[in-house]
Design a protein around this ligand. Structure first.
Ligand SMILES: [Zn+2]
Ligand SMILES: [Zn+2]
Length: 94
């Protein structure tokens, strides 16, 4: 099947970007059947957000402050807020 460059409107920012033949071939090679719905910039942004977003609500075991963490707390009772975590690190270092 012949492929050709496709214009796609990013569903995130509305930017019209070109999905090139080369990229389409790459998708096929990887066994991907879905069409990208975001422009390269938003795709990148999403990755970054995914890495750095504070997703999990935690309550600090030391000061009781509510905070968020990008990591899923494995032991919720031992979770510390960033300040207490850093303070503890410092104590251990001394
Ligand atoms: Zn976009
Ligand atoms: Zn704390």
């Amino acid at each position: 099947m012949e492929t050709e460059d496709k214009e796609i409107i990013c569903k995130e920012c509305g930017f019209v970007f070109v999905w090139t033949k080369g990229e389409q071939d790459f998708f096929v090679e990887k066994g991907l059947t879905n069409t990208p719905s975001r422009c390269p910039v938003c795709r990148k942004k999403k990755k970054v957000r995914h890495t750095f977003t504070n997703n999990y609500n935690i309550t600090c075991a030391t000061c009781g402050k509510k905070s968020t963490s990008p990591f899923k707390p494995e032991q919720p009772k031992k979770v510390l807020c960033q300040e207490c975590f850093l303070a503890q690190e410092k104590e251990q270092a001394d």
